[in-house]
Design a protein around this ligand. Structure first.
Ligand SMILES: Cc1cc2nc3c(=O)[nH]c(=O)nc-3n(C[C@H](O)[C@H](O)[C@H](O)COP(=O)(O)O)c2cc1C
Length: 303
């Protein structure tokens, strides 16, 4: 996979702007960082989401803002908001499996509504100045849904399609279905990016079984990079965690209110990290900042 595109997947609650910056500056080796989805809530584009996509917070970091929409209207409003911030690159989420989003016809639920996909296609065509991509699942209930949506996806002006080959109804259970990925590769006219359960790097080569092929542009990695953020760079685990943690810690202390908010953001930093059980437990159960700092300091030497 050397030389191929590597993306850091969006993970709501984990890969906020401070985390993405920390990774980019301390590790690198990632071509694009996707933001957790920007959404419409109570009729408004969520302010909190727009703070995360604020260009000032992402300066110098190759960032792709992502939106989640139930149809053409929502999609247009979200694009307007992001284009208003100066973005010319937008990713559409057609993979979120959370029941609330799926019921509203968003995320992987959108795959069940070809009419709404058509609306979104038309909105994309109205915005030739924007480079679009989509991140999708093979379907919500069955792979037939995703395959049926492919003619519309093929008509969309996209730089690539990222596919996480688990059905929406599986959420994150079961294994990623590499055969399903191969079937989409056959019918997809756009370059494709593989996403799902990648966490291994051997001799600098990312291992993606059965997913080779000219149309494979690269991979998107989520939980594997949260667990081993050093995976895409040259520095060792301890150095990377120390450097990234310093950035995320400073940002949390400067921007959040009260120890419990700060601790909950910092606990998220460690939640997926590959650490020996004992050290991880001490960090995760710290209920005050001094205790937390002690636990982090004593975890570093064992890394
Ligand atoms: C806690 C959590 C939050 C996520 N948030 C998003 C999101 O905002 N947008 C999105 O497209 N995918 C989201 N995902 C899905 C991931 O981007 C990715 O597709 C999934 O974790 C599979 O890749 P991985 O096995 O490399 O982690 C989320 C996943 C998790 C576990």
């Amino acid at each position: 996979m050397n030389g191929r595109y590597i993306a850091f997947a969006p993970l709501q609650g984990y890969t906020d702007a401070a985390y993405r910056r920390a990774h980019h500056e301390c590790v690198g080796g990632v071509d694009e960082y996707y933001t957790p989805f920007v959404r419409i809530e109570k009729g408004e584009v969520r302010r909190k989401d727009l703070r995360d996509t604020d260009p000032a917070a992402n300066e110098g970091v190759p960032t792709v803002p992502q939106v989640i929409a139930a149809g053409g209207d929502e999609f247009a409003r979200l694009c307007d908001a992001l284009q208003g911030q100066g973005w010319g690159r937008i990713d559409l989420n057609m993979g979120c499996p959370f029941p609330m989003q799926v019921r509203a016809g968003r995320g992987s639920g959108l795959l069940q509504h070809p009419d709404r996909l058509e609306e979104i296609l038309r909105e994309m065509q109205r915005r030739p100045e924007v480079t679009f991509s989509v991140k999708m699942r093979p379907g919500q209930e069955s792979i037939d849904e995703g395959l049926a949506a492919m003619p519309i996806v093929n008509d969309m002006p996209l730089v690539h399609v990222t596919l996480h080959p688990r059905l929406g109804r599986q959420q994150y259970k079961g294994v990623a279905d590499k055969e399903a990925f191969a079937r989409f590769m056959e019918v997809c006219r756009h370059p494709m990016v593989y996403n799902g359960d990648i966490g291994e790097i051997e001799n600098g080569e990312l291992k993606v079984d059965n997913c080779a092929g000219a149309k494979l542009k690269g991979v998107m990695i989520g939980r594997g990079l949260l667990a081993r953020p050093w995976m895409t760079g040259d520095k060792g685990a301890a150095q990377v965690l120390q450097d990234m943690h310093a950035t995320v810690y400073r940002h949390a202390v400067e921007n959040l209110c009260g120890d419990s908010q700060i601790l909950s953001r910092l606990h998220a930093f460690w939640e997926y990290v590959d650490l020996p059980h004992k050290q991880k437990k001490a960090i995760m159960k710290a209920t005050s900042l001094p205790r937390y700092r002690e636990a982090v300091a004593s975890a570093m030497p064992v890394l």
